[in-house]
Design a binder for this molecule. Sequence first.
Ligand code: JA5
Length: 252
Amino acid sequence: MRFDVFTLLPEVIEPYLQSSILKRARQAGLLEVNVHNIRDWTTDKHHVCDDTPYGGGGGMVMKPDPIFKAVEGVLGAPPSCPVFLLTPQGRTFNQQVAQELTQYDHLALLCGRYEGIDERVREYLVTDEISIGDFVLTGGELPALVLIDAVARLVPGVLGDPLGAENDSFTSGLLEYPHYTRPPEFRGWQVPEVLLSGDHARIARWRREQSLLRTWQRRPDLLEKVDLTEADRLYLRNLERAQRAGKKDQDG
Ligand code: JA5
């Protein structure tokens, strides 16, 4: 899968991509990420990429010309792939959106800076707008890296393990069960006995129940959309019953 990232801060993108898993994916030819400095497409002496907003008010706005020249210079006019803008005004990113984006073999990511970009870029160049959540950042670079990381790890072969991303939170629709590794006792804290038992059916059931318990405690909204077995439902009914009994105890 190929990504072309357009930014005024190319130096913040590349280091993360040189960390272990994405680095290996690039070396293996499974992932191609090209980072382009929008400033390289300016034609004025001082390489200016921003200007004051029409209508007044504070802050600066990214000029349209260097952005169009950069994206069209690399990807043609019109661009040969979808152009995603990272912005809090976009559709909220989640695991389902990440999965959807794996259908593309080539995406462009446009990172804003300053107070934002000239609206004509959104209207005539950008094809999709993505937010990674309801908070403000100084630019779209971290959201672009978040998107690349989440999508690239779904590309077959990027995670070494052939089971890959199958066990992840949000793939099952549930939060993950607790993980443990050696030693079996650390500072007096024991690994749950069931995990040392070698009884794979019991381990699978324990993990499933831990996932259900965590999801019920922390993200009950997720339980609405998930496929539950009859054993899952029985376990959750017992949680609800124990909770009601506990509440009554506190009252009485
Ligand atoms: C800020 C100039 O979803 C979180 C996001 C925050 C943020 C994004 S996406 N883009 C920008 C930006 O600031 O372009």
